[in-house]
Design a protein around this ligand. Structure first.
Ligand SMILES: Nc1ncnc2c1ncn2[C@@H]1O[C@H](COP(=O)(O)OP(=O)(O)O)[C@@H](O)[C@H]1O
Ligand SMILES: [Mg+2]
Length: 173
């Protein structure tokens, strides 16, 4: 089972991945993996972030071998996987997390907008119907893990989306 763990930066992907690792998942940090595969194709100065060649990485994703593999990163839903976990976070809380990270104001706003507008969810749904969405805002990482792991991806008939709506918080400044 190959699962992409995605979500807007700061939503709690890496924290959740650490819990998943304790539950037997092999976690692949997509950015670190891209470096070892020579799939970093540039540096976005504006974004202060590496640009990854996701198409090249997608070609390197192994077939499902029955083991539990979690591809963690905010672009992981672009990889050929058997399902996608989308972690969400209330922009009200997300803002503090991103500011603490030292993101500049424009980048904080850009990410809060993306979260409020469901950008990553929409991208994931364009790739596959096997999408599970859970809101991590008021869950411990363990409880959030259970909320995802409790869904049998291979039995999913369609997306399994916990509803969130933060559009009323728009615009951000
Ligand atoms: N379920 C949670 N409850 C409370 N705080 C969390 C939770 N998940 C993550 N955090 C905190 O939010 C921040 C961002 O989490 P992180 O896992 O690094 O996000 P991401 O990998 O999606 O960018 C960290 O300070 C982390 O401790
Ligand atoms: Mg992370």
């Amino acid at each position: 089972m190959r699962v992409a763990l995605t979500g807007t930066p700061g939503c709690g992907k890496t924290t959740l991945a650490a819990v998943a690792a304790r539950h037997g998942w092999h976690v692949v940090d997509v950015k670190a993996w891209a470096k070892t595969e020579d799939c970093v194709v540039g540096f976005d100065k504006e974004d202060r972030a590496e640009v990854l060649d996701m198409d090249a990485l997608a070609d390197r994703v192994p077939n499902d071998d029955g083991s539990k593999v979690l591809y963690e990163g905010h672009l992981s839903h672009l990889l050929p996987v058997d399902g996608v976990w989308v972690v969400r976070c209330d922009p009200m809380i997300l803002r503090g997390r991103l500011e603490e990270r030292g993101y500049k104001a424009a980048k904080v706003v850009e990410n809060l907008e993306a979260e409020a507008l469901d950008v990553i969810l929409q991208e994931a749904l364009e790739a596959t119907p096997r999408v599970v969405q859970r809101d991590g805002t008021r869950r411990t990482p363990e409880a959030l893990y259970s909320a995802f792991a409790g869904v049998r991806l291979d039995a999913l008939k369609g997306p399994e989306l916990e509803p969130v709506d933060w559009s009323g918080q728009l615009p951000f400044a």
